[in-house]
Design a protein around this ligand. Sequence first.
Ligand code: FAD
Length: 317
Amino acid sequence: MKIIEKINQSNKTLFSFELLPPLKGQDASRLYHTIEELLEFNPQYINLTTHRDEIEYKEIKTGVFEKKTVRKRPGTVAIAAAIQHKYGVPVVPHVLCAGYSKEETENMLLDLHFLGIKNILALRGDSLRTENLFKPQEDGHKYAVDLVHQISDISTGKYIDPDIKNKTCLDFCVGVAGYPEKHFEAPNLNFDLDNVKRKVDAGADYIVTQMFFDNQKYFDFVDKCRAIGITVPIIPGIKPLSKKVHFSLIPRIFSLDLPEPLAKELQRCKTNDDALRVGTEWAILQAKELVKNNVPSLHLYTYGLADNTKEILKSIF
Ligand code: FAD
């Protein structure tokens, strides 16, 4: 079932969580364990991230480096289908511009269609760690909006490959990303909001936000989206902090602010267990207020941690 249908048919807040595929070489047992821990809360869908190739330099002898392309977490398409078939919960694999040509994306969309996947989250992806600015793959998309256009085209049977006959229309429900505190590359929030509007106009059915720790930022973002004519559901993304290092890492990686009371609490934490408690309590406060305000769905950046997610869900559902 499409996520947008689930949202439209529900009169209460739904919930979903986001997982990472296993590291290359590992099996999926940990992933399955996390899902099984959370099934009792009836997740309406599960998101699965995608990870592009990275460039690494390996020292083969003193001072001599070899360039190596590595994909640390391959397998999103396969594991998305495996989870959906095993648990009967719709899975939303993330589809990236980064690292894919348009034709490779087309082939991926065909694979997903054959595997019964009806929902995708369309994203640009980040630049390589070795690059300052995002560079698209040769013959790939530069922005997420271009990817959304490709997905919309294929829903009307318009393929990249001109020689295809008997073109099946692939009908996906498409989510896109939104940033309550602005995407770090955008010059200002209005510029970034216009980008979100373009993605919706290109065919996106809903928006999922980047994590935020101050609900007012989400409420303001929704108001600003509505003011420029974005009418689709806007799903808030919540990240329960769980480690001391998150205090410095999360604001830096995601270009966002931690509210002062949360920052102060985290600074006082002596151990990761303390940080886990503080992060979970903060996420519970956020989630309670969001549910009270009838948000369409709560998206939890679980990343394999089931215990804190369970605590949050127990407190709200
Ligand atoms: P876009 O919408 O293309 O925007 C990127 C930037 O380009 C923005 O600053 C925008 O304002 C700007 N821009 C857009 N159009 C133009 C234009 N014409 N001219 C100039 N600037 C323009 N990353 C992964 O690698 N894998 C994942 O699985 C993953 N999952 C995610 C899930 C969620 C819910 C979110 C919020 C993010 C996720 N990301 C993931 C991170 C995401 O890929 C990065 O944030 C990326 O830097 C931007 O992706 P986007 O789709 O928002 O890009």
